[in-house]
Design a protein around this ligand. Sequence first.
Ligand SMILES: [Ca+2]
Ligand SMILES: [Ca+2]
Ligand SMILES: [Ca+2]
Ligand SMILES: [Ca+2]
Length: 240
Amino acid sequence: MKKVLILALTLVLALGMMGGSFAFFTDVETSTGNVFTASTLDLLVITDGVEGSPFGTHGATMTETAGGNAVNGFVVFNDLSGYQASGNTGDHGFIYWTITNIGGMTGSLDMTYTRALDDDNGINEPEDWADGDFDGSDGTPGGDLGAHLRIRSEADLDNNGSYETLIQNGGGEGEFVAGYPLGVPVEKLSNIVLNPGQTIKVRFEFRFNADIGGTGVDDNIIQTDTLQLDVNFELLQNAD
Ligand SMILES: [Ca+2]
Ligand SMILES: [Ca+2]
Ligand SMILES: [Ca+2]
Ligand SMILES: [Ca+2]
């Protein structure tokens, strides 16, 4: 055993000496400054206009709160009613959004609506009487605006000024917000390809009928009621 160990040591020393006795040509090239930078996926959503009609004739108002680089701006419509100014149209209004991919890579855009809140927001006397009883209730457990307010939205996917794509369900008149389950996002646009720099536009409309619902329901059931609809735009990196 001892002999084997000694032999091994000798071999190593001999190799070392051989290495030191040769001269080699050498050349070295170094690639420095290799940098890896992730691309960007960034969505810019601008609320670029609101419009209402026949606002101003009976006190309805709208206020627009600007957002940052996201759809965190919002619009508040107050004191709405089914007031009939002309024809058979009650209060209605529009919100316009411009959506641009300001990142460096292509993404897929999804858009969802969420009925976030639909609340009685207090019950006044006429509202209480809507169900024929002065009992502190209007006869429905939650708010009633969602069941009497239609929404309709369209997209201009090629940004040519024409809103060619209907993105709501329920036909030309639009759909009642109450059709959305409370608190659950409902997808309205999906997998819309947005290249870097590409823009699309979305026009959102809400509308009361002059006789809300038109189903024999006392219109007073919506007095003071409040409704919140959240709109979410999400840009996802494309798989390819
Ligand atoms: Ca109420
Ligand atoms: Ca109510
Ligand atoms: Ca009642
Ligand atoms: Ca109610």
